[in-house]
Design a protein around this ligand. Structure first.
Ligand SMILES: Cc1cc2nc3c(=O)[nH]c(=O)nc-3n(C[C@H](O)[C@H](O)[C@H](O)COP(=O)(O)OP(=O)(O)OC[C@H]3O[C@@H](n4cnc5c(N)ncnc54)[C@H](O)[C@@H]3O)c2cc1C
Length: 459
């Protein structure tokens, strides 16, 4: 059956009861509706259903099942392989379900919220929910896979803060998951990806916070070893209030950076202190000031400002290819690999990120959530990003070579939100007994595998 016919059948299966907007191939808005963050993704759903509430999501799930076509679920559209859209099937677009309200210690966020919706509503109440560092990322995919950002060492991963959810399951039911009702589903939502249903509302524990300290240091590539060693040593001992990232890339224009360095390979350390601000001054100044950086700064700013400061570095529409894995250590071998990759970065938008894990996120019991890799020391994320498609192969090769160069200190396991489409890594992402428990829940709630998370759990 061709896409037009599938689209017409889906529309008829949705029926008049579905009040939301739908779009099929050839109609105005179709190309916008199928576009995701990664500009190389070019998928053609037969119908995109813009759902406004859980009943419409339920109708869309049932329509896809009735017609017998694939279903995909789109939150913010940032998953790098474009898994939120599907070919020849029905894409549920949740962008209209983005209302956020704060009720004491719990923030309620629509399943299609972007991080900026959550941060803005929380800021009015002087609270935060830990999340990612780019405000146009979707809460849905991020929270269901984990959620690392500027406060995870202090307040846990985003998924650790899911205390309840409204979920549309594969048979179209609308269920509530929480500690006292379907705690198994709640457990699965804390890291199990989009495998169990469409989350139309997240209930998220929040934390009082308004201002943070932001710190940044930039090291010349020739000083990479010194900068990275300093990062590793310092992050081994700092309080949980500090979360940070070490990025190797071509230098963007940064306040205080000599102009001749812009466009040359550098190592940047970015950090945020989300505890008592006075107590944070000294450790932040040590992290970004010691070790001989070219430039460094520590600035107090509202949390919402730090949450948006990277937005323009990662705009929609570029080509992107990522590979990611956990690292057991960052030693001499890793530093050598980083140095070689840093000296051969193929373009101004590609970068290698290393995050020191641990803190509150590391102290959660391994089996307490579907996110199992609590003892991993670091995440490595290699990001290839380009605007000129003729350079695609060079970026992809650089990402793959760099990934391999970390073999001696790298695990096969990775963080699902930084993976491409890599179903073969399911068992390392979800080690036993996590995978078996996810499978049991999958068998109960989605025996026909209607939902396919970025890393699919098979029944
Ligand atoms: C620029 C950029 C910055 C990022 N920064 C961070 C970061 O700081 N920290 C971090 O941890 N990750 C980060 N990521 C990775 C990010 O967590 C993943 O890309 C995640 O999938 C994004 O969620 P989304 O809703 O935008 O994804 P989508 O592409 O919309 O969805 C991905 C998958 O999630 C599932 N899904 C989404 N919403 C729902 C829902 N409501 N109910 C059920 N299933 C759903 C579906 O299975 C879907 O296929 C970043 C990614 C990008 C591109």
């Amino acid at each position: 059956m061709n896409n037009d016919r599938i689209g017409a059948r889906l529309r008829s299966a949705l029926g008049h009861a579905f009040g939301g907007h739908t779009v099929i191939p050839g109609e105005a808005g179709y190309d916008d509706a199928r576009r995701v963050w990664n500009g190389t993704v070019d998928k053609h759903p037969a119908l995109v259903a813009f759902c406004r509430n859980s009943s419409e999501v339920s109708a869309a799930v049932l329509a896809a099942r009735e017609v017998g076509v694939p279903l995909s679920v789109r939150g913010g559209g940032h998953q790098v392989a474009g898994l939120s859209v599907c070919d020849n099937g029905l894409t549920i677009d949740l962008s209209a379900i983005c209302e956020v309200s704060v009720d004491g210690g719990v923030s309620h966020a629509g399943g299609g919220s972007l991080l900026r919706h959550v941060d803005t509503a929380n800021a009015r109440a002087g609270v935060v929910v830990p999340a990612g560092v780019v405000s146009h990322t979707g809460l849905g995919g991020l929270a269901l896979g984990g959620g690392f950002g500027w406060t995870f060492r202090n307040f846990g991963l985003t998924c650790d803060n899911i205390v309840g959810a409204e979920v549309v399951t594969a048979d179209g039911s609308v269920v509530q998951a929480g500690e006292h009702h379907d705690a198994d589903l709640l457990w699965a939502l804390r890291g199990g990806g989009g495998n169990f249903g469409v989350v139309t509302r997240f209930d998220l524990g929040n934390h009082p916070l308004r201002d943070v300290l932001f710190g940044q240091a930039v090291f010349a590539i020739d000083d990479l070893a010194r900068g990275v060693e300093h990062y590793v040593e310092t992050m081994n001992t700092v309080p949980d209030a500090m979360s940070s990232i070490c990025i190797t890339r071509l230098a963007p224009p940064i306040p205080g950076l000599p102009p001749e360095i812009v466009g040359r390979p550098v190592v940047m350390i970015d950090a945020v202190w989300s505890g008592d601000l006075e107590a944070g001054e000294a450790p932040m100044r040590w992290l970004v000031g010691a070790g001989g950086p070219l430039t460094s700064r520590v600035t107090r700013m509202p949390y919402t400002a730090v949450q948006t400061m990277q937005d323009d570095l990662h705009p929609h529409g570029r080509g992107n290819y990522n590979k990611s894995r956990y690292l057991t250590t960052v030693d001499e071998t890793a530093i050598k690999a980083l140095s070689e990759a840093g000296n051969s970065v193929p373009g101004p938008h590609s970068q290698i990120e290393i995050l020191r894990l641990g803190g509150a996120a590391g102290r959660v019991e391994r089996n307490a959530t579907a996110f199992a890799h609590r003892d991993a020391a670091y995440i490595l994320n290699i990001v290839g990003a380009w605007t000129d498609n003729t350079r695609r192969d060079a970026h992809v090769a650089w990402v793959r070579d760099t990934y391999q160069a970390f073999d001696p200190v790298g695990s096969d396991a990775g963080y699902i939100n930084f993976l491409d489409a890599e179903p073969d890594r399911a068992h390392s992402v979800y080690p036993e007994p996590t995978y078996s428990r996810l499978r049991e829940i999958k068998r109960r709630l989605d025996p026909d595998s209607v939902f396919r998370g970025n890393v699919p759990v098979t029944v």
